[in-house]
Write a protein that binds this ligand. Sequence first.
Ligand code: ADP
Ligand code: MG
Length: 352
Amino acid sequence: MGLFNFARKNGNDIGVDLGTVNTLICTTHKGIVLNEPSVVAIDQSKTPAKVLEVGHMAKEMIGRTPEHIKAIRPLREGVIAEFEWAEVMLKRFIMKAMEQRFLSLPPRVVIGIPSGVTEVERRAVGDAAYSTGARMVYLVDEPMAAAIGSGMPVDKPVGSMVIDIGGGTTEIAVLSLNGIVTTKSIRIAGDNLNEDIKKYLRGSYNLAIGDRTAEDIKIRLGSAVTGEDDDELEVRGLSLQTGLPHVVRLTSAEIRECIQDTLMTIVQSVKSVLEQTPPDLASDIVDRGIMLTGGGALLTGFDEMISREVDVPVHIAADPLTCVVKGTEKILTDKAYSKILEYTQFDPHIML
Ligand code: ADP
Ligand code: MG
């Protein structure tokens, strides 16, 4: 084995899933070493504003901060103005993940990012990764990484279809021979379900609830189709009439009803991607089924709903929240995907 190959094999390369809700980082030595919320807390009383915390610590501050401290999710719904904070956050996370493991050779970094981001945002992410001392940075479309991480045969000449449902975006793609054949990225995902629940409680019960409660209701009661595990839940909020704390009892059925339109929007996008897929690949997908990844894959019965609506089998990936980061690791370590490294290399010197 030549020295270069030795370094390659033993180099501590890094894979990153830069999600709208969660950021995960793995190293090729240790597997997943970081899993934190994609949140930045900034102090606006300083000029320029200063980052106080990122990740878990910053998330604790959401909704509980004095006025001059703001906790933001910089990758949420295409708010470009906040993207510079994504740069700072990514840099801090990579530094944290690399601590003391920066051996002789600077790492290569593969980052999975939503395929819908603009060129300016891609550059910001790429530059942030280089500024941590990476020797090479690769920007891979999230659905590609998600499909590889869930074990689909993306390098083979067969159609693989993946739906990655995150917090801010849903990414749908058909892949074959290490490339994307058809893809769609929509800004409708888990966050919208939380908004649906908040809106429903306001409208039907005059009750105001926060983000954490909405998330809790979604996870404990949320479902896409009628099922056996229907349940009830007592929920505490603030009455919009009296302004005082108030408790209501919710059922699975009413939550299912209030998120139905959002789920249907996702299903429609899946249909449109299938319609644009060349017939031979579409027939592979009908044979092999569609893979669901991302946190949204955990919504009870969503696999069944999609399968029923598009008439194709749907599988939920094992551990859907880690598919993207596992995919970035495989891209770094498995020769089957070396072609992907060739065309995703980010060149910091190209001017826009
Ligand atoms: P991103 O890639 O955008 O960071 P993730 O793949 O980490 O997103 O998924 C986060 C989303 O998954 C959130 O909207 C969260 O509410 C949702 N989620 C996590 N667990 C569940 C669950 N059990 N049921 C429904 N939604 C879930
Ligand atoms: Mg994701």
